[in-house]
Design a protein around this ligand. Sequence first.
Ligand code: ADP
Ligand code: MG
Length: 745
Amino acid sequence: MTNTSDEYTLTIRGMDCANCARSIESAVGQLDGVQLCELTFATERLRVATTLPREAIVARVQALGYEVVAPDANNAAVPAAPTAVPNFLAFMWSRLETRLALLGAILVLPGIFLHEILGLDALWIDLLALLALALTIVPVAKSAWRALTLSRQLNINALMTIAAVGAVVIGAYVEAGLVMVLFALGEALEGYTSSRARHAIKSLMEVVPQTALRLSTSCCESGCEERVPVAQLRVGDVIVVRPGERIPMDGTVYAGFSAVNQAPLTGESRLIEKEPGAAVLAGSINGEGSLEVTVSKLAADTTIARMIRLVEEAQERRAPVQRFVDRFATYYTPAIVVLALLIAAVPPLFFGQPFLNPDPETFGWLYRGLALLVVACPCALVISTPVSLVSAMSTAARNGILIKGGAVLEQLSKLRAIAFDKTGTLTSGRPAVVAVRSIGCVDPGAVPFAQCASCEEVLALANAVERRSEHPLAHAIVLAAEERGLHTRIPAAEGVQAIVGRGVIGRVAGRDVLIGSHRYFDHDVLHDPAHCSAALQDADAGHTPVMVSVGGAYVGTITLADTVRDSSRTAVARLKELGLAAVVMLTGDQRSTAERIGADVGVSEVRAELLPEDKVRAVEALKQQHGVTAMVGDGINDTPALATAHVGIAIGGAHGGTNQAMETADVTLMSDDLRRLPFAIKLSRAAMRTVGVNIALSIGIKLVFLVLVLLGMGTMWMAVLADMGTSLLVTLNGMRLLRQPRDEM
Ligand code: ADP
Ligand code: MG
C-alpha cells in the first residue's frame, strides 16, 4: 500500500454511449483513495489521481464489464496510429451482445408486422418475442446490476430492464421483446457512430510516421541506413527523409534541399523551401528532394505530438453547457423512476382508473408508468453536446487551429471585440532596415545609407546589442548588419536588458548603448533636429524609426519597415462582416506609424504608444465596453494582455520561437495566417448552434412522447425507436461539423 498520490491515464474500450462513461466514472470515483476521476467518452481516456495501485483501478473497470487497454509505459507519449473502423455489419458481428441483438431483431420481426401493425395474436408470435427478449436482456440487466451495486446508480439499463419485465408481467410480450431488441440495437448503433467520430479525431495522428530511417556511422565508413522506431531516436541522430515521405521528427536540415509542405500542422498547404540549417517539423510532407535531418527533439516532444496531446486534453475539458447536461442527467433518472411509480399508482388508487389493462384501446396506468421509464431514456441528450464540441475541435485542429476546450469554443462563439498586436501579428513580423542616418554622415542626402563609415558604425553598434534581443526589430537589425558584413566588427554587448515597450540597452566597450523608440528619445535623449523631423516623416509613411545613443549621446537613427500581410487585410474585413463590434489594433509603436498601418489593414480603431501594462488596460476597457473580448498576439511581450482577454489567441505555433505560448494560450494558430480567425469564429458559432438544436431536439422528442404516453397513445417500442432515432440524428448532426467548409484562403 503506497500513500503517494499518482496521476495517470488509462484507455477504456467497450463503451457504447456517454452513460457508460458516467457509470465508470462514478464507480471508480467511489473507491477510497481516488481523488480525481474523469472519463471522456470521446477519447476513451480515463484520468485518475489516486493512492491506489493501478491494478485496483483496472480491476474495478473490468468488474463493470469494460476493457482496459494496457498503457505502454515507454510509448505512452508517442501517439499511436489509429486502427481502422470496420463497417457496420463487421462492427455488429465483432461482439457477443451485438450478435445477440441482431438475432433478436430477426426473431421479433413477425411481432412488429403481425401483432403491432396488423393486430394479429398468436402463441408462436409471443414465444418468438419472449425468446428475443431472453437473448437481449441478459447483457442489459447485467450492466444495470453492476451500475447499481458498484456505482450506486440507477441507469438507463435499469430503466429498460424494469420496463421489459413489467411488460411481461402485464402480458405485453411482443412489446417487451421489441423494447429490448430496439434498445440493444440502438446502443450498438450509437457505439458504432461514436467510434467513427473518434476515428476522425485520431486521424490527426496519422500524420506521424512510427519509424524513421536512421543514418548510422557505426556499421561502416560511408554510413548506412537502418529503420528504427521513432521512440528510439535520440537528439543529435541523423535521419534520412526520402522524397514524398512524411518527416518523422522535428529537426534541422543537415544536408539536402527540398520544398516541404507543412499542411498537416498548419492547415496551410504551401511549399516551403528547406536548405541546410532550416528547421523541419514532424508530420510535414517532404517534396522532391531527399533530406538528411539532425533530430532536435525526442519523439514525445515534437510539435505535432504536443499538438495532439493538447487537442486530446482539450476534449477532456468540459464546456459549461456540457457540465449542465451531465449534472442534469444524474438527478434525472431517479426522478423519472419516482414519477413512473406515481403515474402507475395514483390514478388507480385515488381515481378508480384501471391498473393492469394491457388492451391497446385502454392502456392501464401500470403500462403508462412503464412506458414513461422508456421514454425517459436520456441517451440522445447526453450525447448531443460532446459529439458536437469534439467534432468542431478536431475540424479546427485539422485546419491548424488548436482550441483548448469546449469552454473556449463557447466564448469564441460569443465574441464581441477583438484586439490585435501589430508587430508580427498583423504585419509580417519580419521588418527590414530601410534607412540609416548618422551624426557625421558624409552624404546625408543619400538614403538608404551610403557606403558611409559613420552610418556603418551605428548599425554595427546596434547589432552588438540587438544580437541579445528577441524582438522582431532586433532580428531585422542583426540581419542588415550581417548582409553588410558588419556583424563581427563589434563583439556582442554585455548586460543587455530590454526596456519593455521602449527599447533595449547594453554595454559595449564600457559604454551604454541604447536603442529605443523616437518617443522614448523625445523624453530622455537630446537628438538632432533634422533627424527628428526625418523620423517623423518616416513614421507618417508607416515605417518605424529607432534611435541609437552611446553613453547618453545621440548617434543615429535606423528606420525599419514592416509589411502588412494581405491575409491580415482579408481577415480583418471578414471579422467585421461577422458582426464584431470592435476590431482594434494595439501597439507599442508610435502613433503615426500605427495609424498608417491601421488604415492599411482596415481595423476600426488604433491604440498606439502602449506599454505592455497599457495593453492590459486596453483589453480590460474593451471587455467593459463590448463584452466577450479576444486578444491576438505573438506571445512575446503580449502574455499579460493575452491572459486578460476572455480568449487569448497566440499565433505561429509551427514557427518555432515561443512554443510556450502554444501551451498557455486559449487558442493557438499553428500558422500566422489570420484568416484562420474568422473561420474559427464561424466554426464555434456553428458548433454552439448545433448544440442548441441537438438539446432542443432531444428534449422536444421526449416531451412529445411524454404527452402521448400520459394520454395512453404512445407505445413503449415507439418511444425506444424515437430515442434511437434522436440519438442517431444528434450524432450525425454533430458530426457535420467535421466537414465544415473553409473559406477560400
Ligand atoms: P509592438 O506592440 O508593436 O509589438 P513593442 O511593445 O514590442 O511593440 O515595442 C514598442 C517600441 O519600442 C518599438 O516600436 C520600438 O520603437 C521600441 N523597441 C522595443 N524593443 C526594441 C528593440 N529590441 N530594439 C529597438 N527598438 C525597440
Ligand atoms: Mg510585439
